[in-house]
Design a protein around this ligand. Structure first.
Ligand SMILES: *[C@@H]1O[C@H](CO)[C@@H](O)[C@H](O)[C@H]1NC(C)=O
Ligand SMILES: *[C@@H]1O[C@H](CO)[C@@H](O)[C@H](O)[C@H]1NC(C)=O
Ligand SMILES: *[C@@H]1O[C@H](CO)[C@@H](O)[C@H](O)[C@H]1NC(C)=O
Length: 390
């Protein structure tokens, strides 16, 4: 009974509101239509943007690949990505040519100059390796390398040659947060080794075949002077204090200045020359690069220089496709120090320090470092004009 009554009520109200229901349905239908329209426009816009992004990425890839047609070791995932992009691109847009828009400030000219320099350095290096009979003579020090297989980079860390900057980059690649890196008191080297442990020789050989391998060199005597000033002079470095004291004890003549002053440059060099003649292993801060990173035993992809650090570094970063991770990520303090390096304190101080040494010391010093000068295209002639002529 009750049900029946209710049905009657509903039917009655239905017949009364028939017109307004119809109106509501029309309005509702229009709203849905509008929503569908807006949504499909949104999808279309998104699709166009992603297509553009694809094209830009393809253009960049193409330019990079064209520049590197000669380079054999390209990472596998780059190939996969490039193929995926190019297949997709061709399916969507088979005829449109790619444009090579310069997306970054880093100009084609800078890039071309870097490329020429890298090619010349490599040709020169191997000429000297062969001429000096050094090919394959020194076994690689695998444990000195930082290898990131995931990023396709293998770096031989030459100490006192912009090493702290690349240590910073490797720590970013290792996944440390930028704020943490600037605030932490842990040494960058220690942090980096936690993420990139010392490779074994087989691991290194494997990595070299699949990575961009590089080292950064510096004018050998500027590097040496920088090491002396940083580690030895004035007993300032607590880790090297013991060595500095031993040098004073062994090489200072009693009549000379007091033992409380750190080793002079000349005393340090005398120690270095004796140490070399005794055949002992050199500290990594003044070890010659030819025996430390063994450039005549490893076919490095790129030989970078401190003197052209910014350009060379940007080139390496772009070659490795790590722009978004690494470009402009150095703290300002480091950037300032580096951009001023070639004209900085060390090179200004060269005349002052070398005026303290004599021709015989210079000759002996060159017995150690001459290969580094030659291999990396530096010239030591000027040092004979700077030394104490008596
Ligand atoms: C080094 O590798 C490049 C290409 O990967 C090759 O063209 C060159 O001949 C190699 N050089 C030496 C000395 O092995
Ligand atoms: C280099 O050093 C000078 C002062 O010696 C400074 O004025 C200049 O800003 C520095 N250059 C850079 C790029 O930081
Ligand atoms: C080094 O420079 C001097 C001139 O300053 C030049 O005579 C000499 O040939 C150069 N040496 C090398 C190896 O290029």
């Amino acid at each position: 009974m009750i049900i029946h009554e209710r049905q009657v009520v509903m039917i009655q109200s239905g017949s009364r509101g028939k017109r307004s229901v119809l109106k509501r349905r029309v309005v509702m239908g229009l709203k849905v239509l509008l929503a569908i329209l807006v949504f499909s426009m949104y999808v279309a816009v998104l699709f166009r943007e992603s297509l553009q992004a694809m094209e830009e990425s393809k253009a960049r890839m193409t330019s990079r690949i064209a520049k590197n047609a000669h380079r054999k070791t390209v990472m596998h995932h780059h190939h996969a990505f490039r193929n995926a992009v190019s297949n997709y691109h061709e399916a969507i847009n088979p005829t449109k040519p790619t444009t090579l828009n310069p997306i970054y400030e880093y100009s084609e000219e800078v890039n071309a100059a870097a490329e020429r320099a890298f090619t010349e350095r490599k040709t020169h290096l191997w000429d000297i390796c062969i001429r000096r009979g050094m090919v394959g003579v020194y076994p690689p020090n695998a444990w000195e390398f930082f290898v990131s297989t995931g990023h396709g980079l293998a770096w031989c860390n030459v100490f006192k040659a912009a090493s702290s900057s690349w240590m910073y980059y490797f720590n970013i690649l290792g996944g440390y947060n930028l704020a943490y890196l600037q605030r932490t008191k842990t040494s960058p080297l220690e942090l980096a080794r936690q993420r990139f442990p010392r490779p074994s020789l087989p691991e290194l050989v494997d990595a070299l075949a699949n990575s961009i391998s590089f080292l950064i060199v510096r004018e050998p005597f500027e590097r040496l002077l920088s090491a002396y000033r940083n580690k030895i002079e004035g007993f300032r470095n607590k880790y090297y204090k013991m060595l500095a004291e031993q040098i004073v004890k062994k090489y200072r003549k009693a009549s000379k200045s007091k033992d409380s002053t750190g080793p002079t440059f000349k005393e340090f060099l005398t120690y270095l020359i004796h140490h070399y003649k005794s055949g002992s292993r050199f500290d990594e801060h003044w070890s010659p690069v030819f025996s430390f990173c063994t450039p005549c035993s490893i076919n490095y992809t790129l030989i970078a220089k401190v003197e052209t650090f910014q350009r060379d570094t940007e080139y390496i970063i772009r070659q490795a496709g790590l722009e978004s991770l690494l470009l402009n990520k150095l703290p300002n303090k480091k950037v300032r120090a580096i951009s001023n390096r070639s004209t900085s304190d060390t090179s200004h101080l060269i005349p002052k320090y070398f005026s303290q040494i004599d021709a015989q010391t210079l000759d002996q010093l060159l017995e150690i470092y001459e290969p580094d000068f030659e291999l990396f295209g530096y010239n030591y002639t000027k040092y004979y004009e700077l030394i104490d002529q008596d």
